[in-house]
Design a protein around this ligand. Structure first.
Ligand SMILES: [Zn+2]
Length: 310
């Protein structure tokens, strides 16, 4: 049994073709990972799912060139592609080359209740520390991104479905419309971050504003060690809040949006004893020719067509 060099607590089963060559792209040709990507395996909940799928990638026995960084079920996570390499799973170049891809045990057709059964919650719990660690390593904010944000190369958390809608090359819809994103994101952020949002608008605020969004920001600033003066977290975005934010994110502090959030999150991880955290990734350069097609394991749909990245 091989330990994962990325996460020594995980088993590493390399995704290989039947001829022994890697079933993934060596390296990250378009730059460091931007997105944590959720897929499902289209397999019934079973504690053998992660191992079965890792073995499917390892032997290439399915005859398809597919892989994923991680496979997950309720009692284990297996790493199949190292983080510094690009897995073949999304069917478009941005998703493969910029993604940290996860295959979860389950079906895209599952109901919310089915995702939130004991099996699903155990699987999510196992994933949380790994995702947090990877996100900290690459400066990926634990925020669910919109299609527009993906197209703007905003780092964060997303799905196979949304990467397909953003960049084409696939019509997969996993992990399905009932995936419990609210619960999943709440578990990932652990309550120390602002609440998950459907878009940046939920997060934006600026000096002069008042209200719960401002107060949430102030709580995080205080957790980062900022001194907001005698008023503390008074829900008013005044000069003390701007100064405290500016000192951490390196600007005037008069405006709070996703990029400030990413820097603040990195600082918070640092303060909370996390590893050294790089800043958020910059926008990607122009995209080259199409990448490898990928398929979800057991997904019935064939991926074809040209990949566009605009
Ligand atoms: Zn998928």
């Amino acid at each position: 049994m091989t330990q994962s060099p990325d996460h020594p607590e995980l088993l590493y089963v390399e995704a290989l073709k039947t001829d022994g060559k890697p079933m993934y792209t060596i390296g990250r040709p378009d730059g460091k990972p931007l997105w944590v990507v959720i897929h499902d395996m289209e397999k019934t909940e079973s504690s053998g799912c992660a191992e079965w799928t890792a073995n499917y990638f390892h032997t290439g026995a399915g005859g398809r060139s597919v892989s994923s960084h991680y496979t997950a079920d309720n009692d284990s996570i297996v790493q199949c592609v190292l983080l510094r390499h690009s897995a073949w799973t999304v069917g478009n170049r941005p998703g493969n080359n910029r993604g940290i891809n996860w295959e979860l045990c389950g079906y895209a057709a599952q109901t919310r209740t089915q995702w939130l059964d004991a099996f699903g919650l155990a699987m999510f719990s196992r994933m949380v520390p790994i995702i947090r660690s990877d996100a900290a390593k690459y400066g990926i904010p634990l925020v669910k991104r919109t299609i527009a944000e993906l197209r703007a190369w905003t780092p964060g958390v997303t799905s196979h479905n949304d990467l397909g809608l953003a960049f084409g090359g696939t019509d997969h819809t996993d992990p399905g419309s009932n995936f419990p994103w609210d619960v999943f994101m709440q578990m990932l952020t652990g309550g120390t971050a602002p609440p998950p949002s459907g878009g940046d608008d939920d997060m934006l605020c600026q000096q002069g504003e008042t209200g719960p969004k401002v107060q949430a920001l102030q709580f995080v600033l205080i957790e980062c060690g900022a001194d907001l003066g005698p008023a503390g977290a008074d829900a008013k975005y005044g000069q003390a809040t701007a100064n405290a934010l500016g000192a951490i994110v390196g600007d005037s502090g008069q405006f709070y949006g996703p990029w400030q959030w990413a820097k603040l999150f990195a600082k918070l991880a640092q303060v909370k004893g996390g590893a050294g955290v790089p800043g958020p990734a910059g926008p990607a350069g122009p995209q080259g020719p199409p990448g490898k097609d990928g398929l979800g394991v057991g997904d019935p749909v064939t991926v074809t067509g040209t990949i566009t990245a605009s």
